[in-house]
Ligand binder design. Structure first.
Ligand code: NDP
Length: 247
């Protein structure tokens, strides 16, 4: 399904799941803005992959947790590209640890990036989407936000918060033809999961009915559904892409 003429912003689009989403949206014809915060070389690589495949992409560095940086970056995109039609709130971090030992800094960092960042980006694009009477926002949540995960109270809380943000926004913006949905990945092969020790990865796989980790393309496919015309009548929903580990 074509996204020709659409402008998409993917936060944390430089690597991992975000890169997979950027490649997919670009292959569907969108002009994709690849956001990152620190690793410019990864963002350049994503852009090169898109350009080599005949797609359109730009790069923009900003911290999603910095509300004024988000606002000025979104304004810059609208000035350059004319509009923003699609926002994928994908940027996310982990600062794992048992609650008893979790530092306030680790709580704040995860809530700021994973939850406040999504709020800031969605708020910043909502005006132009309302003007267009068309918009697609997809928040990348996690199985941890639904099932909970020991050692991740900060991350689980932030991701559960995204679910509430999604539903409330979906209700507020539906009359303007803006849909807001969530994709909740299980374990997907990226640098985030590579951080897990080999034996931990094996234990997790034993609890996944499909018995393997997912690929970034599995998440990109779910996002593609929500932003395409196929998903036009779906809002406020979560699509769980997790090999059956939470149902
Ligand atoms: P990665 O760690 O591979 O990539 C994270 C991306 O987010 C990078 O592009 C990074 O930019 C960017 N980023 C981090 N902090 C900020 C910030 N403050 N502002 C802007 N960009 C930022 O993550 P994954 O691809 O594994 O995960 C992507 C999303 O999917 C996250 O929301 C994660 O919680 C979620 N998820 C992942 C799962 C998995 O198994 N991998 C499972 C469930 C959910 P830079 O390169 O500059 O650091």
């Amino acid at each position: 399904m074509s996204l020709e003429g659409k402008v998409a912003v993917v936060t944390g689009g430089s690597r991992g799941i975000g890169r997979g989403i950027c490649l997919r949206l670009a292959s569907m014809g969108a002009l994709v803005y690849i956001n990152y915060v620190s690793r410019s070389e990864a963002a350049e690589e994503t852009r090169k992959l898109i350009l080599d495949a005949g797609g359109k992409a730009e790069i923009l560095c900003f911290d999603v947790a910095d509300i004024s940086a988000v606002q000025s970056s979104m304004k810059k995109i609208v000035a350059e590209a004319g509009s923003i039609h699609i926002l994928i709130n994908n940027a996310g971090i982990t600062r794992d640890g048992l609650m008893a030992r979790m530092k306030e800094l680790d709580w704040d960092a995860v809530l700021d990036t994973n939850l406040k960042g999504a709020f800031a980006c969605a708020k910043a694009v909502s005006r132009v989407m309302m003007k267009n009477k068309w918009g697609r926002i997809v928040n990348i949540s996690s199985v941890s936000g639904y099932a909970g995960n020991a050692g991740q109270v900060n991350y689980s809380a932030a991701k559960a918060g995204l679910n509430g943000l999604t539903k409330a926004m979906a209700r507020e913006y539906a009359s303007r033809n803006i849909t807001v949905n969530c994709v909740a990945p299980g374990y997907i092969e990226t640098e985030m999961t590579e951080l897990l020790a080999e034996e931990v990865q094996q234990q997790i796989k034993e609890e996944i009915p499909l018995a393997v980790f997912g690929q970034v393309e599995d998440i990109a496919s779910a996002v593609a559904y929500f932003v395409s015309e196929n998903g036009r009548y779906v809002t406020g929903q979560t699509l769980h892409v997790n090999g059956g580990m939470y149902m």
